[in-house]
Design a protein around this ligand. Sequence first.
Ligand code: 5AD
Ligand code: SF4
Length: 425
Amino acid sequence: MEKIRKAYVKTYGCKQNFADSEKVTGLLLTLGYIPVKTPEEADLIIFNTCAVRENAEQRVFGNVGALKKLKEDKPELVIILCGCMTQQPHMAEYFKTKFPFLDAIIGTDILASLPSIIGAEPVSYEDVKPLREGKYSANVPIMNGCDNFCTYCVVPLVRGREVSREPASIISEVKGLIEEGRRDILLLGQNVNSYGKDTGTGFKELLQELDNLDGEFIISYMTSHPKDCKKELIDFIAESRNISRHLHLPVQSGSSRILKLMNRGYSREQYIELAEYARNKIPEISLTTDILVGFPGENYEDFKETLDLIEKIGFDSAYTFIYSKRKGTAAADFADPVPAEEKSAWFRELLDVQGRISERSYEKFIGKTLRVLCLGEGRTSPELLTGKSRQGIIVDFAGGDELLGKFVDIKINKALPWALKGEII
Ligand code: 5AD
Ligand code: SF4
């Protein structure tokens, strides 16, 4: 009898990377591998890496280094490194010399390279059914790559130019997922607003088609780009039945001078106008953002403008990052005179201000009734159930397991900084 082969897939970074790993695991399943939860059990180890910041890379170095011993104990073990980090030629070289026990280093187009390494037939992206976690949610990549070249960002260098999937293929995938009972669909792309520049069907048209599928479900999407997010799109979402009322709109900086150096393609004023437009059109919207502190050349005055902007908009939450220099990006050559300790102090100030804003931002939902998709065990207590509102907010409430995968109306009576609690009505 043939030995059962076991595969361990470890993923770093963004949801796009996690979606790629779900495809890889789906492929491995069809090839007779079973997924395992620790590298020690595995016959095949795949690390899907992230290059967006240095600390993500440091984690990969540490974890890859720890595999050396496993390989010594079990020489037939196959270890493969893939993902954004390995797309950088200097990094691929470094891995080869520093970690000679690696069996292959293959970049982001994993499905194209993996089969031949493990002795399988070539496959196409569209043909592989991903192995998805959970029963009611699904990630659906709608495009890959990025054309924007923000001066700090390595993504266009590692993931290449934007390529959109065919709308018909996305629509049939989502339709199938809904028929399987999945109700929480997340569309993924580096800049979803430029979806379809290459295929002719724009993002709004895609959302319209998806919104019209039969049933009740939530379609969310990320990431939006303020320069390409159009008011017509917001108008449509306001009237849609099934499109999420969560808008993740990374601002990066509140200073027009820094936004220009970042090559973001919008000013502070344009961003504020767009965010306010969205708030007016969709009063129940949840707005979240990304903020980058310590971009080369940023001074305290610029940083103050960021603080001022986040106070003005009142984001429900913000992902905050200290600038990390990335080889090959334009900003890597910019003068960067502010010392790391000073950037850290700014960063702490930012966390403080945003913390205060997030602390209270969900209070606006108290007394309101939200439509919630019930997803599993409570996040605040195991006796409760948890769900996701149309704003993408976690809502805990009391109820029975028969509600899993269904929508319920919840009257909100308590707001935490990261979740809401309420009762079924
Ligand atoms: N340094 C720090 N943060 C970065 N991001 C992208 N590139 C860098 C970098 N070089 C952040 C941005 C982006 C998020 C996904 O990661 O805020 O929106
Ligand atoms: Fe990491 Fe960015 Fe690549 Fe995602 S796209 S895996 S965040 S480098």
